[in-house]
Design a protein around this ligand. Structure first.
Ligand SMILES: Cc1cc2nc3c(=O)[nH]c(=O)nc-3n(C[C@H](O)[C@H](O)[C@H](O)COP(=O)(O)O)c2cc1C
Length: 390
């Protein structure tokens, strides 16, 4: 990378320049009017921290533990499908960089890389997301893969029973298989670096699922996913996994206190507050505003992870102050990957960790455990948003 990126926005700019518009929009986009996507960011901006001074913050440590795994910073990488579109090293590069940063990468069932390949470069630092497919044996074989790979934590995708319109993707014709309009064909030709990497790199597949003993090909992905979407999944499926999976279990996509309580009753170890980065349901609240209600409902019976809109290290401090045990981010690491492969992911970790450490110091915190509701500013000039800071 020519110059060191200063912030996630820098990585974003570099990623956008390197990617054809249809791929950049697949990464950036949200459902419908992208209101939830923006709300995630707006509500983080409106959540304020209280400066404290003369608090001897000379020996700050950002280290913590999440679901039994030591982290050098309370920040992990959210599951993201089809990262192969961004860079051929895809999940493998993110997993390696995450492990080097003392963090964790969550492998997605929609990933182009197999779970086994990803765990191989970051043993002990990869969690496996599973989905409840219509063909139950596909879910079972995926759990078996996780077990065989030595994965200790499963993350259930709770919010994928149906999918929403992503109108940017519709405009670019990027359903599977893609049928891009002429202007996108031209735009792809104007990104020869991406085209070369895509044509010569890792083939676009669904890496963890097989047809006739080989990974599912690009031309087959659309039909396979369409045929396997499972709107009939319920908490009984979570309970069944709980009975057979001895490791840690997390459900992702929790946005209400009622579902948080249901998850805890089902025996999960972790509740993952997420609105899929605004990509699924566009008429709901931001994750940071949903967090306090979930924290109260869980009442210490499980650990809480939250993602959505994290672009500054101070966002991690805000989420921890509101009761999260760990914070996750998706696009910042994908921007890093698209901008510069594994090196870009390392930059994303360095940027967010450095900013988090500074934010800790500014509020007088020496460790993540010091980030309680006391470090939140109670009143802010935009008091219409003060409901976020409860
Ligand atoms: C390109 C892309 C692919 C995604 N794929 C998945 C997925 O496979 N499973 C999932 O649970 N969430 C998926 N998500 C949502 C992320 O896990 C995460 O919730 C979201 O990106 C967090 O918001 P942020 O990008 O603002 O950090 C995806 C997000 C993006 C940007």
């Amino acid at each position: 990378m020519s110059t060191t990126p200063r912030n996630i926005e820098d990585l974003y700019g570099r990623a956008r320049r390197r990617l054809p518009a249809m791929v950049a929009d697949f990464l950036d986009g949200g459902a419908l009017d992208e209101l939830t996507l923006r709300r995630n960011r707006d509500d983080l901006d409106a959540t304020l921290l209280a400066q404290r001074v003369l608090a001897d913050i000379s020996t700050r440590s950002t280290a913590t533990t999440l679901l039994g795994t030591g982290l050098s910073v309370p920040l992990i990488v959210s599951p993201m499908g089809l990262l192969t579109l961004l860079h051929p090293d895809a999940d493998v590069a993110i997993a390696r960089a995450s492990a080097e940063a003392g963090s964790i990468f969550i492998h997605s069932p929609w990933s182009g890389c197999s779970l086994r390949d990803v765990v191989a470069v970051a043993p002990g630092r990869v969690w496996a997301q599973i989905a409840f497919w219509k063909a139950a044996h596909e879910t079972e074989q995926h759990i078996e893969q996780a077990r065989a790979a030595g994965v200790d934590t499963l993350v259930i995708a709770g919010d994928v029973g149906i999918s929403s319109k992503r109108e940017r993707d519709m405009r670019h014709g990027t359903a599977m298989p893609p049928r891009p309009p002429f202007r996108d064909v031209v735009d792809v030709a104007l990104h020869p670096g991406w085209l070369w990497r895509f044509a010569t790199g890792r083939p676009l597949t669904l890496g963890s699922y097989l047809i006739d003993g080989r990974a599912i090909r690009m031309s087959e992905i659309g039909d396979w996913l369409h045929g396997n979407e499972n709107p009939a999944a319920t908490w009984a499926d979570v309970e069944a996994v709980r009975r057979s999976w001895p490791g840690k279990l997390v459900v992702k996509g929790i946005m209400s206190p009622a579902d948080a309580r249901r998850a805890v009753d089902a025996g999960v170890d972790g509740v993952f507050v997420s609105n899929h980065g605004g990509r699924q349901f566009d008429d709901q609240q931001s994750t940071i505003s949903a967090l306090p209600g979930v924290v109260d409902a869980v009442d210490g019976r499980a650990e809480i992870i939250v993602d959505g809109g994290v672009r500054r290290g101070s966002d991690i401090a805000k989420a921890l102050a509101l009761g999260a045990h760990g914070v996750s981010a998706g696009r910042p690491f994908a921007y890093g990957l698209a901008a510069a492969g594994g090196q870009g992911v390392r930059h994303a970790f360095e940027i967010l960790t450095g900013e988090f450490s500074t934010a800790m110091g500014m509020v007088g915190a020496s460790s993540p455990a010091d980030l309680t509701r006391d470090v939140l500013a109670v009143e802010s000039p935009s008091s219409d948003r003060s409901a976020v800071v409860r």
